[in-house]
Design a protein around this ligand. Sequence first.
Ligand code: G3P
Ligand code: MG
Length: 344
Amino acid sequence: SQLQDMSSVKTTAAKDMAFAFDIDGVLVHGDRLIPEGRRALEILNGDNELGIKIPHIFLTNGSGKIESQRCDQLSQILGVPISTEQFIQAHTPMSALAEYYDTVLVVGGEKYKCREVAKLYGFKDIIVPNDIYAANPDISPLKEFFTEEQRATSAPRDFSKVKFDAILVFSDSRDYATDLQIMIDLLLSEDGVLGTKAKDPLANRIPVYFSQGDVLCPTEYPIPRMSQGTFRIALEAIYKSITGHELERVVYGKPELATYKYADEVMSSWMETIHNEERLPKNIYMIGDNPQSDIVGGNMYGWNTCLVRTGVFQGEGNDKENPANFGVFNNVLEAVQAALKKEL
Ligand code: G3P
Ligand code: MG
């Protein structure tokens, strides 16, 4: 019976801890599995001494696909089920904006995938830069390539009659020249109508949102590549050089506070799904590879932070500017095991 008592204490402790996983550089590299990731998730899915599920969510700055597609793809790679109810991409919290803006310019992503994302979130009139280019190619004289496929998917429209309510950058721009040109046009327009110029560009300026702020992103190439942050910096610099004013904008994703608040909501409703108790576990562990997003954000939010060496961070000791408060680990499995050892 002493053994039974021990096990019920541990079960209570297991329900009072939770994990938030970064994805790229922690569980996968692009579409390639980091093998320790699979084992770590199996343990949390119940393959542990208590046979109990330990709550965990996924908090990624990744973007560009609807959540269900990315979850299916990750389930395949990781070999464990991943539900959209435990999954937050960079643009997931932006679904709340659909209540405020009807006509939106959606920037970034492969082909037209972000149009699908915006549709799912409930935006009513979704326009992508290629729709505008198709209506009048003169808008972007620097654009060289425009495929027949792109032309075909854009319904003809008279943009002089369209009033844009907001600009939403969902994912990485595939065409800086055209996207920046059209965004600057809208930011300087009278009331969000293309082809107009506001007398006072600061009055009633169309708002602009970015799904995340990472400057660099690890890819298959040996040196990290430019990410959404560099695109935003370019827009800010151009806007300032033209108007003399700083560009006010909103950024989502880690390490922004709004994203962690959203994560709390997802975490407590996931607790309800798996343990029938809608509440936040006391001890939350963030496991990430990027000190400048995962770790700094988790530290500010009062989470226990674990830095792994399988992604952006490759150093010896802890990160100098944004040290992980729980520790640095060779991989995600070691981090999960250390957290379980501490709490259970
Ligand atoms: O930098 C963008 C993205 O690939 C980062 O994803 O999962 O490391 O937050 P993640
Ligand atoms: Mg990462």
